[in-house]
Design a protein around this ligand. Structure first.
Ligand code: CA
Length: 234
């Protein structure tokens, strides 16, 4: 059961879409403005599994709304639009929309697209906690420990650590981190990423000068290594 945030200003359309999604077994939070949608995402950002976003809202332009949603959350977004011109659709997909449906659409098409996007975005099956030397990263519980002590990580720091830990030994580029951890493929986040890496290093009790887990590979990216397995010549 997924929580779908439905953003649609037309009362009758909103009602019909809400009914269709509820009939398909989803929990629906219907709102009529971009401001209300952003409010829900700010308050319950980890609760919302998917956003269905009408482009023609009374308060903000669709592109702006999508950008603001993306700034708040990596949640999947399906654009629902009466605008069928290809340029708009392509722009929305570039701006981070996951799919689109053009109005008028049937409730079957709506629920099928929602189901498909939710399936694609489903979290990878749990493999249990990942242990690397004295670091344990548990993505199910969103907890990490170092030598048995819990690491007080922010959401983004945890995501960054979990992403690198899952690719232990491989260099990950900042572009990949921007895309996969920040969900901002089109922005240059190099400095932001550097700052988060340095915070993460501090929490792991290491530094760029004396790295243990987190190694910067100049001009390429970042690599998390297993310090217990690292050779002394490294
Ligand atoms: Ca509308």
């Amino acid at each position: 059961m997924a929580l779908v945030l439905l953003v649609e200003d037309d009362h009758a359309v909103r009602r019909a879409m809400t009914d269709a999604l509820r009939d398909a077994g989803h929990v629906v939070q219907p709102v009529g403005t971009a401001v209300d949608a952003l409010g829900v995402l700010t308050k319950d950002k980890d609760e919302v599994d998917l956003v269905v976003l009408d482009l023609g809202l009374p308060d903000f332009d669709g592109t702006e709304t999508l950008r603001m949603v993306r700034g708040l959350s990596p949640v999947p977004v399906i654009i629902a639009t009466a605008r069928t011109d290809e340029a708009t659709i392509v722009r929305m997909l570039h701006e981070g929309a996951d799919d689109y449906i053009t109005k008028p659409f049937s409730s079957q098409v709506l629920t099928a697209r929602v189901t498909a996007v939710l399936r694609r975005s489903a979290k990878e099956p749990a493999h249990g906690p990942l242990t690397i030397c004295d670091l344990v990263v548990d993505t199910d519980r969103r907890e990490a420990t170092l030598a048995g002590a819990p690491l007080p990580l922010t959401r983004r720091e945890f995501d960054l650590l979990a992403y690198l830990a899952a690719r232990c030994g491989k260099v990950v580029s900042k572009a990949e981190l921007a895309r996969e951890v920040w969900h901002q493929p089109r922005l240059n986040l190099d400095q932001t990423i550097d700052v988060h890496v340095s915070w993460l290093r501090r929490k792991l009790g290491e530094s760029a000068a004396e790295p243990r887990y987190l190694h910067t590979v100049r001009g390429v990216g970042i690599k998390l290594i297993d310090p217990c397995a690292a050779s002394f010549s490294a």
